[in-house]
Design a protein around this ligand. Structure first.
Ligand code: PEP
Length: 249
């Protein structure tokens, strides 16, 4: 049985006080009778307080990024060891906003993944095609290459600590969602691609869908057999919406 996961990427939203308020609201509203792993990813400066705040809950805390080096003269950056030292156990890598605005390449992400795993961080690895790729019918190629270039240097046992997040760029923050059928088709392709390289362990890897998931569409997307949950942006910023999405699992 694969783990169902709903993760909220808060991006550059919520200051310290707002983070506490949203966490309190989530603790109140999130269901506790669901077989689902729940993760939130506040901004770096609020991670330590989020870890403290959530200590006695079943909500995990993820960072939204980290640097590939162990330490050094990298002004403004945060290392895997720093994350672990404050109790963060998960990191999101390869989000399309990091790829687009901060020029993160598959090669860079491949090295970030290695560093994260070395420090026993779980990785939520994001990837997905742009609109032009889907329109030209090249989306499967793009996704296959992102997986190969970003992850296929790993050993099969490393996949235990990898959560995949397929996020078509054209659906992120746009209100445009992949249809449940489009999501299933791609998630199936992703699992097949992992299976070709690593064998049956592909059946155990959770593959999340991300891109304008809302309370109204979550249940149908999550009902697809290869969709194991979601990575949620905008709708993760309102506890009632996030809880409704979790209830869709
Ligand atoms: C995201 O940023 O990972 C995301 C899926 O955003 P949204 O849900 O707002 O499309």
């Amino acid at each position: 049985m694969r783990t169902k996961i709903v993760a909220g990427n808060w991006k550059m939203h919520k200051n310290a006080e707002e983070t506490e308020d949203l966490l309190n609201d989530l603790i109140d509203k999130l269901p506790d009778d669901k077989e689902v792993r729940i993760i939130v990813a506040p901004a770096f400066v609020n991670l330590a307080s989020a870890v403290d705040h959530l200590e006695f809950t079943n909500i995990g805390v993820a960072a939204q990024n980290m640097h590939q080096s162990e330490s050094g003269a990298y002004t403004g950056e945060v290392s895997a060891d720093m994350l672990k030292s404050i109790g963060v156990g998960i990191v999101i890598l390869g989000h399309s906003e990091r790829r687009a605005y901060f020029h993160e390449t598959d090669a860079l992400l491949a090295s970030k993944v290695v560093t994260a795993l070395k420090h026993n961080l779980e990785v939520i690895f994001c990837f997905g095609e742009e609109l032009k790729d889907r329109q030209s019918g090249n989306h499967f190629n793009i996704v296959e290459n992102q997986l190969k270039d970003g992850l296929f240097h790993l050993e099969a046992k490393d996949l235990e600590n990898i959560i995949l997040a397929y996020e078509p760029v054209w659906a992120i923050g746009t209100g445009e969602t992949a249809t449940p059928e489009q999501a299933q088709e791609m998630h199936h392709f992703i699992r097949e691609t992992i299976n070709k390289k690593y064998g049956n362990i592909a059946q155990d890897v959770s593959i999340l869908y991300g891109g304008s998931v809302k309370p109204e569409n979550a249940r149908e997307i999550f009902s697809k057999p290869d969709v194991d949950g979601g990575l949620i942006g905008g709708a993760a910023l309102k506890a009632a919406d996030f809880a409704a999405i979790v209830n869709g699992i």
